[in-house]
Design a protein around this ligand. Structure first.
Ligand code: 13P
Length: 258
Protein backbone atom coordinates (compact mmCIF):
# COMPACT_ATOMS: atom_id res chain seq x y z
CA UNK A 1 0.00 0.00 0.00
CA UNK A 2 1.38 3.37 -1.01
CA UNK A 3 1.79 5.91 1.79
CA UNK A 4 -0.01 9.18 1.20
CA UNK A 5 0.25 12.50 2.99
CA UNK A 6 -1.72 15.64 2.32
CA UNK A 7 -1.97 19.15 3.61
CA UNK A 8 -5.04 21.35 3.47
CA UNK A 9 -4.19 25.04 3.63
CA UNK A 10 -7.82 26.05 4.13
CA UNK A 11 -8.26 29.86 3.70
CA UNK A 12 -4.76 30.86 4.81
CA UNK A 13 -3.50 34.04 3.19
CA UNK A 14 -0.32 32.98 1.47
CA UNK A 15 1.19 34.97 -1.41
CA UNK A 16 2.23 33.33 -4.68
CA UNK A 17 5.95 33.66 -4.10
CA UNK A 18 5.73 32.09 -0.63
CA UNK A 19 3.54 29.29 -1.99
CA UNK A 20 6.11 28.48 -4.68
CA UNK A 21 8.91 28.55 -2.12
CA UNK A 22 6.88 26.20 0.09
CA UNK A 23 6.86 23.58 -2.67
CA UNK A 24 10.57 24.00 -3.41
CA UNK A 25 11.44 23.52 0.27
CA UNK A 26 8.99 20.63 0.60
CA UNK A 27 10.36 18.78 -2.43
CA UNK A 28 13.96 19.35 -1.24
CA UNK A 29 13.11 18.15 2.28
CA UNK A 30 11.30 15.03 1.06
CA UNK A 31 14.04 14.19 -1.42
CA UNK A 32 14.27 10.42 -1.83
CA UNK A 33 10.90 9.76 -0.20
CA UNK A 34 9.17 11.05 -3.33
CA UNK A 35 11.34 8.76 -5.48
CA UNK A 36 10.38 5.86 -3.18
CA UNK A 37 6.74 6.36 -4.09
CA UNK A 38 5.47 8.25 -1.04
CA UNK A 39 2.59 10.32 -2.37
CA UNK A 40 2.30 13.90 -1.19
CA UNK A 41 -0.41 16.42 -2.03
CA UNK A 42 -0.93 20.07 -1.20
CA UNK A 43 -4.37 21.70 -1.31
CA UNK A 44 -3.88 25.48 -1.30
CA UNK A 45 -6.52 28.15 -1.93
CA UNK A 46 -7.38 27.74 -5.64
CA UNK A 47 -5.98 31.14 -6.67
CA UNK A 48 -2.47 29.86 -5.88
CA UNK A 49 -2.70 26.81 -8.15
CA UNK A 50 -1.27 28.30 -11.39
CA UNK A 51 1.84 29.74 -9.69
CA UNK A 52 2.36 26.58 -7.66
CA UNK A 53 1.92 24.26 -10.61
CA UNK A 54 4.96 25.86 -12.28
CA UNK A 55 6.98 24.33 -9.44
CA UNK A 56 4.94 21.19 -8.77
CA UNK A 57 5.17 19.92 -12.32
CA UNK A 58 8.91 19.40 -11.83
CA UNK A 59 8.15 17.08 -8.87
CA UNK A 60 5.72 14.26 -8.10
CA UNK A 61 3.87 16.42 -5.56
CA UNK A 62 0.20 16.68 -6.47
CA UNK A 63 -1.74 19.91 -6.20
CA UNK A 64 -5.38 19.84 -5.27
CA UNK A 65 -8.45 21.98 -4.72
CA UNK A 66 -10.52 22.21 -1.57
CA UNK A 67 -13.80 22.88 -3.34
CA UNK A 68 -15.53 22.88 -6.76
CA UNK A 69 -18.94 22.61 -8.36
CA UNK A 70 -20.43 19.29 -9.47
CA UNK A 71 -21.81 20.62 -12.77
CA UNK A 72 -19.59 20.80 -15.82
CA UNK A 73 -20.09 24.55 -16.31
CA UNK A 74 -22.83 27.14 -16.34
CA UNK A 75 -24.63 29.85 -14.41
CA UNK A 76 -23.18 29.18 -10.95
CA UNK A 77 -21.78 32.53 -9.87
CA UNK A 78 -18.67 32.29 -7.74
CA UNK A 79 -18.10 28.59 -8.32
CA UNK A 80 -15.18 26.78 -9.97
CA UNK A 81 -15.59 23.82 -12.32
CA UNK A 82 -13.33 20.79 -12.51
CA UNK A 83 -12.18 21.97 -15.98
CA UNK A 84 -11.03 25.33 -14.55
CA UNK A 85 -9.19 23.58 -11.73
CA UNK A 86 -7.56 21.10 -14.09
CA UNK A 87 -6.33 23.99 -16.22
CA UNK A 88 -4.98 25.70 -13.07
CA UNK A 89 -2.92 22.62 -12.18
CA UNK A 90 -5.07 20.58 -9.77
CA UNK A 91 -5.01 16.80 -10.10
CA UNK A 92 -6.73 15.96 -6.83
CA UNK A 93 -10.03 17.25 -5.44
CA UNK A 94 -11.40 17.12 -1.92
CA UNK A 95 -15.04 16.59 -1.00
CA UNK A 96 -16.91 16.35 2.28
CA UNK A 97 -14.54 18.27 4.55
CA UNK A 98 -16.16 18.88 7.95
CA UNK A 99 -15.84 22.65 7.55
CA UNK A 100 -17.80 22.48 4.28
CA UNK A 101 -20.39 20.14 5.77
CA UNK A 102 -20.91 22.25 8.87
CA UNK A 103 -20.25 25.85 7.78
CA UNK A 104 -21.56 25.62 4.20
CA UNK A 105 -24.32 23.03 4.69
CA UNK A 106 -22.93 20.55 2.19
CA UNK A 107 -25.08 17.46 2.49
CA UNK A 108 -24.44 13.86 1.49
CA UNK A 109 -26.15 14.29 -1.88
CA UNK A 110 -23.96 17.24 -2.85
CA UNK A 111 -20.86 15.42 -1.66
CA UNK A 112 -21.76 12.37 -3.75
CA UNK A 113 -22.36 14.47 -6.88
CA UNK A 114 -19.04 16.20 -6.43
CA UNK A 115 -17.18 12.94 -5.91
CA UNK A 116 -18.73 11.43 -9.04
CA UNK A 117 -17.77 14.51 -11.07
CA UNK A 118 -14.20 14.47 -9.77
CA UNK A 119 -13.65 10.79 -10.56
CA UNK A 120 -15.41 11.01 -13.91
CA UNK A 121 -13.06 13.85 -14.92
CA UNK A 122 -10.02 11.72 -14.09
CA UNK A 123 -9.01 13.43 -10.83
CA UNK A 124 -7.81 11.68 -7.74
CA UNK A 125 -10.26 12.44 -4.94
CA UNK A 126 -10.25 12.73 -1.17
CA UNK A 127 -13.57 11.92 0.49
CA UNK A 128 -13.61 13.22 4.07
CA UNK A 129 -15.85 11.51 6.56
CA UNK A 130 -16.04 11.65 10.33
CA UNK A 131 -18.39 11.73 13.27
CA UNK A 132 -19.67 15.09 14.45
CA UNK A 133 -19.66 14.40 18.16
CA UNK A 134 -16.74 13.42 20.32
CA UNK A 135 -18.96 11.39 22.64
CA UNK A 136 -20.39 9.19 19.86
CA UNK A 137 -20.55 5.64 21.27
CA UNK A 138 -18.76 2.93 19.29
CA UNK A 139 -21.96 1.33 17.96
CA UNK A 140 -23.20 4.67 16.61
CA UNK A 141 -19.77 5.49 15.28
CA UNK A 142 -19.97 2.51 12.95
CA UNK A 143 -23.43 3.53 11.79
CA UNK A 144 -22.47 7.16 11.20
CA UNK A 145 -19.27 6.44 9.28
CA UNK A 146 -20.86 3.70 7.25
CA UNK A 147 -23.83 5.93 6.33
CA UNK A 148 -21.45 8.65 5.11
CA UNK A 149 -19.60 6.12 3.00
CA UNK A 150 -22.77 4.59 1.55
CA UNK A 151 -24.09 7.97 0.43
CA UNK A 152 -20.72 9.39 -0.56
CA UNK A 153 -19.80 6.42 -2.74
CA UNK A 154 -23.20 5.87 -4.39
CA UNK A 155 -22.66 5.16 -8.09
CA UNK A 156 -18.86 5.20 -7.93
CA UNK A 157 -17.26 2.95 -10.50
CA UNK A 158 -15.08 0.22 -8.97
CA UNK A 159 -12.41 0.88 -11.58
CA UNK A 160 -12.01 4.39 -10.14
CA UNK A 161 -11.37 3.29 -6.55
CA UNK A 162 -7.60 3.34 -7.01
CA UNK A 163 -7.94 7.13 -7.38
CA UNK A 164 -9.92 7.48 -4.16
CA UNK A 165 -8.55 8.37 -0.73
CA UNK A 166 -10.88 8.32 2.26
CA UNK A 167 -9.88 10.79 4.98
CA UNK A 168 -11.17 10.02 8.45
CA UNK A 169 -11.50 13.44 10.04
CA UNK A 170 -13.63 13.51 13.19
CA UNK A 171 -15.25 16.97 13.23
CA UNK A 172 -14.50 17.46 16.89
CA UNK A 173 -10.75 16.88 16.46
CA UNK A 174 -10.07 19.35 13.63
CA UNK A 175 -8.46 22.77 13.81
CA UNK A 176 -7.17 25.21 16.36
CA UNK A 177 -10.56 25.55 18.08
CA UNK A 178 -10.08 22.12 19.64
CA UNK A 179 -6.34 21.62 19.59
CA UNK A 180 -6.20 17.85 20.19
CA UNK A 181 -6.26 14.86 17.86
CA UNK A 182 -8.64 11.96 18.37
CA UNK A 183 -7.23 9.41 20.84
CA UNK A 184 -5.62 6.42 19.15
CA UNK A 185 -8.29 4.08 20.56
CA UNK A 186 -10.93 6.09 18.69
CA UNK A 187 -8.84 6.13 15.50
CA UNK A 188 -8.55 2.33 15.71
CA UNK A 189 -12.31 1.89 16.19
CA UNK A 190 -13.04 4.17 13.27
CA UNK A 191 -10.48 2.61 10.96
CA UNK A 192 -11.99 -0.82 11.65
CA UNK A 193 -15.48 0.54 11.02
CA UNK A 194 -14.42 2.24 7.78
CA UNK A 195 -12.51 -0.77 6.46
CA UNK A 196 -15.49 -3.00 7.30
CA UNK A 197 -17.96 -0.65 5.62
CA UNK A 198 -15.78 -0.35 2.51
CA UNK A 199 -15.71 -4.11 2.23
CA UNK A 200 -19.51 -4.26 2.34
CA UNK A 201 -20.10 -1.27 0.04
CA UNK A 202 -17.48 -1.71 -2.65
CA UNK A 203 -16.05 -5.13 -1.82
CA UNK A 204 -12.53 -3.74 -2.08
CA UNK A 205 -11.65 -2.59 1.38
CA UNK A 206 -7.92 -2.59 0.82
CA UNK A 207 -7.68 -0.91 -2.56
CA UNK A 208 -8.98 2.36 -1.08
CA UNK A 209 -6.40 4.36 0.79
CA UNK A 210 -7.35 5.68 4.20
CA UNK A 211 -5.73 8.62 5.97
CA UNK A 212 -6.36 10.37 9.29
CA UNK A 213 -6.75 14.13 9.72
CA UNK A 214 -7.38 16.33 12.76
CA UNK A 215 -4.66 18.00 14.80
CA UNK A 216 -1.89 15.76 13.54
CA UNK A 217 1.45 17.02 14.83
CA UNK A 218 5.00 15.91 15.43
CA UNK A 219 4.12 14.35 18.80
CA UNK A 220 1.19 12.21 17.67
CA UNK A 221 1.91 11.45 13.99
CA UNK A 222 3.92 8.29 14.52
CA UNK A 223 1.36 6.63 16.77
CA UNK A 224 -1.59 7.52 14.53
CA UNK A 225 0.18 6.54 11.31
CA UNK A 226 1.08 3.14 12.74
CA UNK A 227 -2.56 2.18 13.33
CA UNK A 228 -3.28 -0.89 11.23
CA UNK A 229 -5.28 0.07 8.13
CA UNK A 230 -4.06 3.70 8.00
CA UNK A 231 -2.06 4.68 4.90
CA UNK A 232 -1.12 8.24 5.78
CA UNK A 233 -2.09 11.55 7.30
CA UNK A 234 -3.93 14.73 6.36
CA UNK A 235 -2.33 17.69 8.06
CA UNK A 236 -3.53 21.26 8.58
CA UNK A 237 -1.81 23.56 11.06
CA UNK A 238 1.31 21.43 11.61
CA UNK A 239 2.13 21.63 7.89
CA UNK A 240 1.82 25.41 7.68
CA UNK A 241 5.55 25.53 7.13
CA UNK A 242 7.17 23.01 4.80
CA UNK A 243 9.83 21.92 7.29
CA UNK A 244 7.07 21.01 9.73
CA UNK A 245 5.31 18.93 7.07
CA UNK A 246 8.56 17.16 6.16
CA UNK A 247 9.19 16.31 9.83
CA UNK A 248 5.68 14.93 10.31
CA UNK A 249 5.99 12.76 7.19
CA UNK A 250 9.46 11.51 8.15
CA UNK A 251 8.44 10.63 11.69
CA UNK A 252 5.14 9.04 10.61
CA UNK A 253 6.94 6.78 8.14
CA UNK A 254 9.40 5.72 10.82
CA UNK A 255 6.58 4.11 12.78
CA UNK A 256 4.27 2.97 9.98
CA UNK A 257 3.88 -0.78 9.33
CA UNK A 258 5.51 -1.99 6.05
P1 13P B 1 -5.70 20.46 11.46
O1 13P B 1 -4.51 19.54 11.30
O2 13P B 1 -5.30 21.91 11.52
O3 13P B 1 -6.58 20.03 12.60
O4 13P B 1 -6.58 20.32 10.13
C1 13P B 1 -6.79 19.07 9.56
C2 13P B 1 -7.69 19.19 8.40
O5 13P B 1 -8.76 19.78 8.46
C3 13P B 1 -7.27 18.56 7.14
O6 13P B 1 -8.27 18.60 6.19
Amino acid sequence: MQAVFGTNWKMRNVDQRTAQQYLITLADGLGGLLDDGVQVCVLPPATLLPAMSEVARKTSIRLGAQNFHWEEEGEYTGELSTALLKDAGATILMVGHAERRVLFNENDEVINRKLLRALEEGFHAILCIGEADRLTPEAHLQEELSAQLVSGLRGVNKADLNRLIVAYEPHWAIGRRVDAAAPVTRVKQSVEAIRGALKTIVGAENSVRLIYGGNVNLSNCREIASVNGIDGLFVGGAAADPAGFVSVIGRALDGAPD
